[in-house]
Structure formats: structure tokens, C-alpha cells
Design a protein around this ligand. Sequence first.
Ligand code: AMP
Length: 357
Amino acid sequence: MPRQLIKRIIVTKPKRFARITTVPELRQLRRKALLAQRSVGFVPTMGALHQGHLALIRQAAKENDQVYVSIYVNPTQFGVNEDLSSYPRTWPEDQVKLQALADEFSKNESVGQITAVFMPSTKEMYPSAPPSSEIDGQGSFVTITPLSTRLEGASRPVFFRGVATVCMKLLNIVQPERVYFGQKDIQQTFVVKRMVQDFHLGTVVRVGSTIREPDGLAMSSRNVYLGERRRAIALVLLDSFKEVQQVFARGARKRRYLYNAAMDKLSLVRKQQEALPKGKRALFEIDYISIADPDTLEELDEVTAERGAILSGAIKMLPVEDPQEGEDTGLGGGKSTVRLIDNIRLNLLSAKVGYIP
Ligand code: AMP
């Protein structure tokens, strides 16, 4: 056989990944990897994959021999009035995206491969009882307090209980060397790191940067709900962070100056929208603006130039009023409220150049 061909056969890795729905099958595959001394990187998702997810999978493939991805819309992290039933589920498109990535990885010797996509049913994930989304609901849950009660947790009281519980289950099942989360959901990374530490889970939590649309909007599976009108002002949150960066660069360190810079921008845009006719405007409510310690996520009274802060926030884009003929109102016809979150690392470097880290 010609040498070149032999080499090609050796370096060409299998391109197909296993689609797995049960815990025993996943464990069997994981055991094989362990015995073969192959490292496993794990990327948990709820599907409706976009470039943010794909960047995490790329990072996992760079740092591990095998990549496991899970796609599971976890009911316990949705509150009773949240969008569980309408959450986008797009497996055919997700499969195409994952296959394209798998093909790309198979041509590159220096990265790992997508080995498995885990898509369990809810019965598989919650074997003994239908999971509850009630605040005082019964069940086997993991709670990480007080971290889970603040910011996102204040608006969505069951959210982090659901996230921690499903991540605990998934990490017990997959037992990856490394698990990958996006900075976009910054508080989630703190909750998971705390859980891994406090429960002695043998995995390393890796955080990938926020992937944004060309205009800066953080990618999110929920952006499909926005529609044209709300999408046009969805950047207001990031714009408010840029105002904070500017006052920080000019020397402001006290919380109230930094906080007010964000709130002034948000209030201004809200007033401008309120002044428009119903058929043209997109109203929003401010949920919170947080200026927090980069290590503990505790709110800061003063930000130092050396340590900087995590600047995060959430706004609620209210339902589209008076939809116009032929208007793109987004998935669901603009009827639902869309909550947008974002965060940046506030430090002098980012402030000086107006860079969004
Ligand atoms: P989700 O499917 O929304 O649960 O997200 C799965 C993972 O992808 C989480 O770790 C998210 O933080 C991460 N993620 C979502 N959007 C982005 C983004 N725009 N950039 C980077 N990571 C993201």
C-alpha cells in the first residue's frame, strides 16, 4: 500500500458521532474512553445550536481527545410561567451543524473528535419522579445558596436549582475531564464552579468567551423570539455597559457613578421608545444591573483599577404592541416577553479601548 495512503488511513478519524439516549449506553462509551486513556470534554446545551455553542465545542475539541455534547431542554430550570413548551427544539438543524464540525475536526490531526451526542428523555434524567418547577416542589435537587438567589436567581427563583441539579446529573453520568460553559451566562459559571468545588466533583470547569452577532448582540437560542422591532433595540443593554466603560476609563470608581451611567442610558432609550406610536415602539423593563467582584460575584461599592469587576444585567423586552401587516415579529408572533442578559469584564484595558471582553 502506498505510504501516503497508509498515513491517511491512520490520521483520518471516524466522522460519525453516536447519538445516545440512555445512561447505560453513555456510561459504556465513557468507560471505553477511560480504558483507552482518552480524555473527555463535555459541552452541555439545550440545543437550538448557534455559534456560541459551536465555539465551546471547538474549545473542547482543542483540549480533549473526545467531545461529548448533550442536548436536553431541562424542565426544572424553567419556572411555571416560563417558555418550556415553546423553547426552540431544532434537532435536524443541530445535527447538520454538529456533523459539519465533526467533519472539520476529522481533517485536523491536532484536535479531538465529537464522539457522542447525549439526548436523554426526561424520564431518563429524572427517573423516580416527574420533576417539579414549583418553588416549594418536591424532588431530589441540588441548591447552591446564596449564589443562586441573587441576580438571575432573584427573577427566576427555580432557575439555578434546576441548572445545578441537571449539571450534577450530567456530570455524574459523563464524568468528563473538563466541562465547558459560556461566559454569556456568567452567574451559571459561578454556580457550577461552586458546585464542583463543594461536592468534590472530579472535573475542571472551563469558560469560553461570549460569542456575539456582528453588531455585538450576544448570541442566544432565545433571540429568535425577538423579531425585527425588538431586535433593533436589543443592543441597549450592551450600549449601557459601554457607557459604564467610558466613565470607568475617565476615573469613576464608586458604584453609584458606574451604576448610574448604565441606568441613564437604559432610561433614555426607554423614554425614546415610550414616545413612539404603539405600532413602532419596543418597550422594555430593566431587571437589574450588577457590578460585582470578579471572583465572588458579590456586589461592589467601589471598583479598583487593578481588579476591575463583572458588569452584568438583564432586561425584559415586552411583547410587541400593535403588530404591523407583514412585520417580522419573531417566533411566537411577538406575544411573549423576551429576557435578555449580558455581561462584560470591566477593567481598565477594556474600558480604554471600548473593547467587549
Ligand atoms: P444553552 O443551550 O442556552 O443552555 O447554552 C449552553 C451553553 O452555551 C452554556 O454554557 C451557555 O453559557 C453557552 N452559550 C450560550 N450562548 C453563548 C454565547 N453567545 N457565547 C458563548 N457561549 C454561549
